[in-house]
Design a protein around this ligand. Structure first.
Ligand code: AKB
Length: 313
């Protein structure tokens, strides 16, 4: 049977690439993109698009009925750095949008949901290296608290109402098609843009702050793999740890320098340093490997090569 997919937050960093990938796989007219505002020309011309406020339940319900949607990818969220500035707005967006799709799942108006969690669910008391799936989770950021609560609710709706919801704790994501916005890991994308446009970059994190990261192609592959996994293979209904690579700003700068020898980096840590300090530096994703055969392909060298090649144009 033909399935129709809705992506909410399709114009963001993950949403854009997910929309292209799902349209390629399932056909452009079977994947409806939506966001609070229009996206790039490429995205807008690639298939059906609707303006949608993810916190508006009635509008969402109407759209789902109109397009006979069975699967929803909820990618709209306020990320860590912006959420610290607007705590209540972040909480409202991140939680109400999630409740909207979970409740549509409970009402059996949709069959399957993808919802992104984050390494931000961990906090300063979590073991930092190779952070396991199940460990101390005391997030100290607004964004982390919303993701941690979201994970609890996902698991609750699965257990209590049989809602097929699947989730990944994304690390920082590196991509060239769309800029990230409002995150603490955004430096790992900005650095490439500035290296090419100005030959230098002032990093807002300290040089030795290691964080878990992933190239976008790996993140998209993982997302689709998890959504296509058999029901009984998906044993974790809160959210899966997912690892790609782990590096510091200094190591990233060195990898840029290999391709652009005159590149210069300086460090001017701001409020985002405290957020980064509360997160793990590397992740253990053995459950994703075992349950649905996850394996990352991109390391830092390959990421730098692909990023610079594509951004050079
Ligand atoms: C952020 O930095 O807020 C995000 C994340 C790690 O979830 N990229």
């Amino acid at each position: 049977m033909q399935k129709y997919i809705l992506i909410i937050g399709a114009c963001g960093q993950i949403g854009t690439e997910l929309t292209f990938a799902l349209r390629e796989k399932y056909g452009k007219d079977n994947v409806v993109a939506s966001d609070i505002r229009e996206g790039t020309d490429n995205l807008m011309q690639s298939g059906p698009f609707e303006i949608l406020d993810a916190t508006d339940y009635d509008a969402l319900e109407e759209l789902i009925a109109y397009y006979e949607i069975s699967e929803v990818y909820l990618m709209a969220a306020m990320l860590s750095a912006t959420a610290e500035k607007f705590p209540m707005r972040a909480w409202n967006l991140n939680m109400n949008s999630l409740f909207n799709v979970l409740n549509l799942g409970k009402e059996k108006k949709i069959d399957k949901i993808f919802w992104p969690s984050s390494i931000a669910v961990f906090g300063p008391n979590t073991p930092k290296e190779n952070t396991p799936q199940n460990t101390i989770m005391e997030p100290s950021t607004v964004y982390g608290i919303s993701k941690q609560s979201g994970e609890r609710w996902c698991e609750y709706y699965f257990n209590k109402y049989d809602v097929d919801v699947r989730s990944i704790r994304y690390p920082g994501l590196i991509s060239w098609k769309t800029m990230p916005g409002g995150g603490t890991t955004d430096y790992a994308v900005e650095i490439y843009h500035k290296a090419l446009s100005e030959g230098s970059y002032a990093c807002f994190l300290k040089k030795d702050t290691a964080l878990p990261m992933m190239f976008m192609d790996d993140a998209i592959k993982a997302t689709i793999q998890l959504m296509e996994a058999d029901d009984d293979a998906v044993k974790i209904r809160s959210s899966y740890n997912l690892a790609g690579m782990s590096f510091t700003p200094k190591e990233m700068a060195e990898s840029v320098k290999k391709q652009l020898p005159s590149f210069q980096i300086s460090y001017a840590p701001d409020f985002r340093q405290a957020i980064a300090d509360s997160w793990p530096s590397s992740i253990d994703d053995v459950e994703a490997q075992q349950d649905w055969n996850w394996k990352a392909e991109f390391n830092l060298e390959r990421t730098t090569q692909v990023m610079l090649e594509n951004l050079k144009g």
